[in-house]
Design a protein around this ligand. Structure first.
Ligand code: IMP
Ligand code: MG
Length: 177
């Protein structure tokens, strides 16, 4: 492992957890034909692996949001930069996130999706950083709780780098969160 990176979750630990979540979600959404919404771009790796472990039919779609002001301004404006292609009205919706940190992006996204009248709206995140929460967002399914550290790998980046790591590692000297 490169200097400055410390493995937090191995490939095997992630795989096992994704399998567990897939089983839970397969039961939960049996016969409901849910819409799985992957939040671009970080959650794509998780969403693809998780969806392969879901044994009941679903629709997969993508949405992209961006927050202006970045890490230095947590209250920056959020906007949708790529919207869904499917109509989620009366559908059971599951938002798939890589990490819920301050919760600000997710809070905006959930409020926006609610206006489209889904039959239900839930959240599944691989990583949860409760200690940094600013917006009180519901997390219905989660993989791992993390302390307040900056992580990369398995879709998560630092300036677009490290998304392709198969493990999740702490990035030291990462940006101030
Ligand atoms: P929020 O603070 O919950 O709004 O998180 C917004 C987004 O910031 C997440 O969906 C990630 O894309 C990114 N993010 C938050 N924490 C980390 C981290 O530790 N590493 C990499 N990206 C992160
Ligand atoms: Mg994200």
């Amino acid at each position: 492992m490169e200097e400055g990176l410390r493995v937090i979750l191995t490939k095997e630990e992630i795989e096992a957890k994704v399998g567990e979540l897939g089983e839970i979600l397969s039961r939960e959404y049996e016969g409901k034909n849910p819409v799985l919404i992957s939040v671009l771009r970080g959650s794509v790796y998780f969403a693809v692996d998780l969806s392969r472990k879901i044994s009941t039919p679903f629709t997969l779609d993508f949405i992209s949001i961006s927050r202006y002001g970045g890490g230095s301004n947590p209250f920056g404006i959020v906007r949708i930069t790529k919207d869904l292609d499917v109509n989620i009205s009366s559908r059971h919706v599951l938002v798939i996130e890589d990490i819920v940190d301050t919760g600000l992006s997710l809070n905006y996204l959930l409020r926006n999706l609610k206006t489209r009248d889904p039959a239900s709206l839930k959240v599944c995140t691989l990583l949860n950083v409760e200690g940094r929460r600013i917006a009180n967002v519901p997390v219905d399914y989660k993989g791992f709780d993390l302390p307040d550290i900056f992580v990369v790998g398995y879709g998560l980046d630092y300036k677009e780098e490290y998304r392709n790591l198969t493990c999740i590692a702490e990035f030291k000297g990462g940006e101030e969160k």
